[in-house]
Design a protein around this ligand. Structure first.
Ligand code: KG4
Ligand code: ZN
Length: 346
């Protein structure tokens, strides 16, 4: 039975996990850095890199001890090699290289986005290729056609902010704290989603791309007007964001008639309102809908280990060279054309 050690350190979660070829998460540990970053209202890259450096080695030892095994029992070490905050990615990748060299175990350099993209298959063995994926996290908001491991076609991206970023900025504006997504979701439960008139950027556009910067600015104006309750702004923001996602997906799905499965992954997929809306879109299109459990949606090492299991099974698999570099940017579909109006983040 294949067994892969996964390491994740691309943002503010330090994580290690052991996953086997039967989709069993044999062991996993995760340490969030929320407390360190909360005073700054966002992730501070230098603090993140230091925290990863302090925590990762004991964490890896911990998962091996939890499983009662040594590195020699692992078929490969899979580490996030990008995209992400470069200091953190380097900590994880350098650790993986050292362990791979010391134990003579193959190294697999995983694209963090591929970890998210394949996570639904870790959660559910019946999810086969192809599927349409909404990947919505703090740094990315894309719709992709997933035809296989490593075979991604980007159908849409954001021209400015990612969806998770919009949740985080809204939380900051409303004083809801950090991390923002779950805080906005909780506050929204007490509010009226139709109380505050907010824009739905891009809705009606013939191309399926996203934009959330204008929505965030409108949230700021609504808050500064002093006319609305915080809970009503949170609920109205969440509703506007969901309306945008649904409209953009409908445009994308018009191009993917041959695909019968819709999948959501990434941190924002933990949001119950988003999940419910997507389930409805899938039903309207006669598609099956799948979302990993919330714990597999936000950053974790099990999805990185699982991507390693999937890569190891490819006929063309070869281990990463030990001099491979960490990559701050690493698109899943390098052939995707730049989007008109997109800023540097696309
Ligand atoms: O995938 P992830 O853990 O890290 C990245 O790769 O970015 O995603 C984190 C993002 C953050 O922006 C966070 O606010 C958002 O996902 N998020 C949520 C929820 N949980 C996490 N957004 C909305 N509702 C949630 N429940
Ligand atoms: Zn992520």
């Amino acid at each position: 039975m294949t067994l892969v050690l996964g390491i994740e350190s691309s943002c503010d979660e330090t994580a290690a996990a052991l996953v086997d070829g039967d989709r069993r998460i044999v062991a996993q540990r995760i340490a969030s850095q929320d407390a360190e970053h909360a005073p700054y209202g966002g992730v501070v890259p230098e603090i993140a890199a230091r925290a990863h450096a302090e925590r990762l080695a004991p964490m890896i030892e911990g998962v091996l001890a939890d499983a009662g095994i040594t590195l020699a029992d692992c078929d490969a070490i899979a580490a996030t090699a990008g995209p992400g905050l470069i200091g953190g990615v380097m900590v994880g990748l350098v650790s993986a290289k050292a362990l791979a060299m010391a134990s003579d175990t193959p190294l697999i350099a995983i694209n963090h986005l591929e970890g998210h993209a394949l996570s639904p298959r870790l959660a559910d063995a019946s999810i086969g290729f192809p599927y349409v994926l909404l990947l919505a996290s703090g740094g990315h908001c894309q719709i992709l056609r997933v035809d296989g491991v490593g075979r991604y076609k980007r159908l849409a991206t954001t021209i400015d902010d990612a969806l998770g970023e919009a949740f985080d900025k809204t939380a900051k504006i409303l004083g809801l704290g950090f991390p923002g997504g779950p805080a906005v979701e909780r506050k929204a439960m007490e509010g009226d989603p139709s109380a505050v008139p907010l824009p739905r950027p891009m809705v009606g556009s013939g191309e399926p791309h996203f934009s959330f910067a204008g929505l965030k600015s409108a949230v700021l104006r609504a808050h500064e007007s002093g006319q609305f309750e915080i809970a009503d702004i949170a609920a109205s923001f969440q509703q506007a964001a969901v309306d945008c996602v649904i409209d953009r997906l409908r445009v994308a799905l018009a191009e993917t008639d041959d695909i019968d499965t819709l999948v959501v992954a990434g941190g924002v997929a933990a949001n119950a309102t988003v999940r419910a809306a997507l389930e409805q879109v899938a039903a309207d299109h006669g598609m099956r809908f799948a979302a990993p459990p919330p714990k597999l949606c936000t950053d974790n090492a099990a999805m990185i280990a699982w991507a390693g299991v999937e890569r190891l099974a490819l006929p063309e698999f070869s281990p990463a060279p030990l001099d491979i570099s960490a990559r701050p940017r690493w698109p899943l579909d390098p052939d995707a054309a730049p989007v008109r109006g997109a800023g540097v983040k696309a």
